[in-house]
Design a protein around this ligand. Sequence first.
Ligand SMILES: NC(=O)c1ccc[n+]([C@@H]2O[C@H](COP(=O)([O-])OP(=O)(O)OC[C@H]3O[C@@H](n4cnc5c(N)ncnc54)[C@H](O)[C@@H]3O)[C@@H](O)[C@H]2O)c1
Length: 351
Amino acid sequence: MIPSTEPATVLVTGGAGFIGSHTCVELLARDYEVVVVDDHSNSSPGAIDQVQKLAGRPLTFYRADLRDRAALDAVFEAHPIDAVIHFAAKKAVGESMRIPLDYFDINIGGTTSLLRSMHAHGVHQLVFSSSCSIYGSSAKVPLAEDDPAAPTNPYARSKWICEQLLADACARYPELAVIALRYFNPVGAHPSGKLGEDPLGLPNNVMPYLMQVAVGRLPELPVFGNDYPTPDGTCVRDYIHVTDVADGHRLAVEHLADEPGLRVFNLGTGTGVSVLELVKAFGEACGRPIPYRIEGRRPGDVARLIADSTRVEREWGWHTTQDLAAMCGDAWRFQKLNPHGYGNLSSSEEL
Ligand SMILES: NC(=O)c1ccc[n+]([C@@H]2O[C@H](COP(=O)([O-])OP(=O)(O)OC[C@H]3O[C@@H](n4cnc5c(N)ncnc54)[C@H](O)[C@@H]3O)[C@@H](O)[C@H]2O)c1
């Protein structure tokens, strides 16, 4: 039962993407009205179709670029939006080293465009997708929210700048309530196998790359660097199941009205897993070893990022429910059932 102070209509930017689509299923299951804005620059209409099938309820979809203020204003005018979850962004560290201006334009420009539309339409509640990458090369294990930010690449810097501008906006507009969720490495898929990670083009992140190697779409996984100061020399990350991340967003929406201002929470498991350990676990999930080759380090990467999530556990009672075997098993199920991703499933615009 949702208390009356909670938002009823939630705008989800980037709702056709990996984490956004899983969060939409969670929100629809909790009786929220969901409006999605996504330009499909890294997703397919098929993801929206699957969300609605899984939830058994429709959402309203708009294909638009967040930086298109007129299109965004039209969405706010058409719906009584109570709160926004802002996922839409570019997210690949390596790519951000090659095309930093795109990252600044889309990630920072998209966020300021959204804030302007929210402000113009009297919407004061926002959940923002931040990232563990803002901690950068900090050697501390695990990382807590008060540890200093030290971004090492344009992607991480764009997220850190967004957090700072959100803090400034909250200082100027005291009615604004913003929760920034710094998630570590979301992987996995919906347990049904019907919803998962299906990036367009060559995957930029390790898990979707692994999935496409396992299903034969790609020959082998490049592992960037085996000379990091970690037990097996490969980068260590804190992988977290996407359904646990989606649940964190549902809780964040429920807690937006608790207090105004900017609040920051980590979402991670607290367990570090190296790239080679992930390759092994995925091989066990799909029943055969995954071919990989060691390459040089990738600019912008850091050795180890592991979460201290005690703040969100203490304040909201959030905790992870899925282990690495479930993350790999669910990701493999999605890839096996959808070897070519969502393919050319029908368009779901303006349902
Ligand atoms: N996946 C991760 O490992 C991870 C980790 C930490 C933080 N994050 C953050 O979480 C958010 C969601 O990540 P994801 O993994 O679901 O990514 P994703 O690429 O699957 O989803 C992002 C969605 O936003 C859309 N989009 C991008 N630019 C847009 C624009 N200008 N206007 C409208 N739509 C646009 C894309 O088409 C896509 O559907 C991102 O902000 C990302 O930075 C992701």
